[in-house]
Ligand binder design. Structure first.
Ligand SMILES: Cc1cc2nc3c(=O)[nH]c(=O)nc-3n(C[C@H](O)[C@H](O)[C@H](O)COP(=O)(O)OP(=O)(O)OC[C@H]3O[C@@H](n4cnc5c(N)ncnc54)[C@H](O)[C@@H]3O)c2cc1C
Length: 448
């Protein structure tokens, strides 16, 4: 484990910033944190809070959640909803969250990026979560502490890590400006949208798909379908080359193969087993295991691993060192000595897909387990999660995919329940409308 690294970094910073007083052995209170000047927020002053710890009552337990995305925001909210006497601090490096879900619709001009932005004010005011704007750089899993880039140290009884994903370096790429991934929503999404808008009619766009496991299995295929439909109208005569590192569609094969080889066959060319080995962003070429390709626009989605917080702190002990092994009853790390650190969302290695809906579900199982553990009990021995996903097949029609997972004791893993897992047969405009309803409900459950 990286406890020595944590202490070394913390000691270095202590000399210059005096964090030890904030750390305070047993840990600073969250009031200390706010007074330390790095919090983005103020103490809870909601006029109508759902959760309220009685004045003068000391919080029994403290939990720090790192990462305010789909997993972390949900965990923080439900820890407060289900554990009224738990003091929750959410540390997030961005002042607001931009949803990846629906972000491909920004590329087709059907949504604005600003429509996908969610703030933390409601989590703070309605649920009494201490929201700290900061970048966590190190974790002490044994002392149950996190250190921020500012030098501030926070301690707790449990830590929940939900830092999402990072990308592998692609040889030749450098900064991803000329070949954006747009797989973390934000400036990359806007950049790809403007490059697509500037592409000449009759041009070639390339979309690469990384090896599994990656964030949102159907996501690249649905983006390809959406862009193909958009190009028919907006960039006539253009082609979309889909270079897949995998041997076949990795999700919803029936619908995507019908769309690729039928509906969009005049636009999409699908190349499998095409692993990107080197790129030249000036010449706009990609060398792959299936030969060299050139595009006017290249949406290069690199291979993925857990957020750097996980890998840098010795917690990526699964999937060839890419993701974090967890006990799916509580999402506690399986690294020896790190049992008070829980890892949820895309950073964790489970049999469930890396998806926002599942991240929300994992967060609830984790929050429930922590509430029980802090009360001296044990996690629910039979958790169930579910995931729904809509895929844009055209600019106005969508398909859907759903799965239910339940704990399988013999393999200590979440297993898909066959009778409750299905995909739509084809696509429809009604499902496109339902996609909007599903999205709004999921985001409200996470951030409101
Ligand atoms: C184009 C696209 C479409 C998608 N569509 C769907 C869909 O239809 N349905 C679906 O279910 N899923 C979808 N997904 C997947 C979904 O977005 C992810 O699975 C989900 O966001 C994972 O949640 P997370 O909390 O693990 O990570 P994130 O949501 O990425 O959140 C991680 C957070 O941690 C913060 N962070 C990271 N490191 C630190 C640190 N050291 N200190 C402080 N903060 C830190 C980040 O700033 C970020 O806010 C899609 C993804 C993409 C790219």
């Amino acid at each position: 484990m990286q406890r020595r690294n944590f202490l070394a970094q913390a000691s270095t910073l202590a000399l210059s910033s005096g964090w030890l007083s904030a750390c305070g052995g047993g840990g600073s209170t969250d009031t200390d944190t706010e007074n330390n000047g790095t919090s983005s927020g103020t103490p809870t002053t909601s006029t109508n809070p759902v959760i309220r710890t009685p004045p003068g009552t000391a919080a029994k337990s403290r939990v720090i959640v790192v990462g305010g995305g789909m997993a972390g925001a949900t965990a923080a909210k439900y820890l407060r909803l289900w554990g009224d006497m738990i003091d929750v601090t959410l540390v997030e490096r961005q002042s607001s969250y931009t949803s990846c879900i629906m972000s491909s619709l920004v590329l087709s001009g059907q949504r604005s990026l600003s429509s996908l932005v969610y703030g933390y004010d409601t989590l703070r005011s309605r649920y009494g979560i201490n929201v700290v704007l900061g970048d966590v750089t190190a974790i002490d899993p044994v002392g149950v502490k996190v250190m921020l880039a500012s030098g501030q140290v926070l301690s707790a009884d449990r830590i929940v890590l939900a830092p999402g994903i990072e990308f592998d370096a692609v040889p030749g790429l450098g900064t991803p400006d000329r070949m954006p991934h747009a797989w973390k929503a934000g400036t990359q999404t806007s950049l790809l949208a403007s490059q697509l808008a500037a592409m000449p009619s009759g041009g070639t766009a390339i979309l690469t798909i990384p090896k599994v496991p990656y964030r949102c299995p159907p996501g690249p295929y649905e983006r390809a379908c959406l862009l193909a439909d958009w190009m028919k109208v907006n960039k006539p005569g253009s082609k979309l080359l889909v270079l897949d590192s995998n041997a076949d569609f990795t999700a919803e094969k029936d619908n995507f193969s019908q769309a690729f080889y039928g509906l969009h066959a005049n636009v999409i060319q699908y190349v499998t087993n095409a692993d990107v080995t080197q790129v030249d962003p000036v010449a706009m070429t990609l060398n792959t295991t299936q030969g060299q390709f050139r595009g006017d626009v290249v949406n290069l989605i690199p291979r993925q691993r857990a957020g750097s917080l996980i890998t840098a702190n010795g917690l990526a002990n699964a999937t060839e060192g890419r993701f974090a092994g967890v006990d799916v009853l509580s999402y506690a790390s399986t690294v020896s000595g790190a049992g008070k650190v829980h890892i949820i969302g895309d950073s964790s290695a489970t049999t469930q897909p890396k998806a926002g809906h599942i991240a929300n579900q994992e967060a609830k199982v984790c929050a429930d387990a922590i509430v029980r553990l802090l009360a001296g009990g044990s996690p629910d021995p039979a958790p169930v999660t579910n995931s729904a996903c809509y895929s844009t097949i055209t600019m106005t029609q969508a398909s859907w995919l759903t799965g239910v997972f339940q704990y399988h004791a013999a393999s200590a893993s979440m297993q898909a329940v066959a009778a409750s897992s299905a995909a739509s047969v084809g696509w429809s405009s009604g499902d496109f409308r339902d996609m909007g309803t599903w999205f709004n409900a999921l985001m409200a459950d996470t951030f409101a």
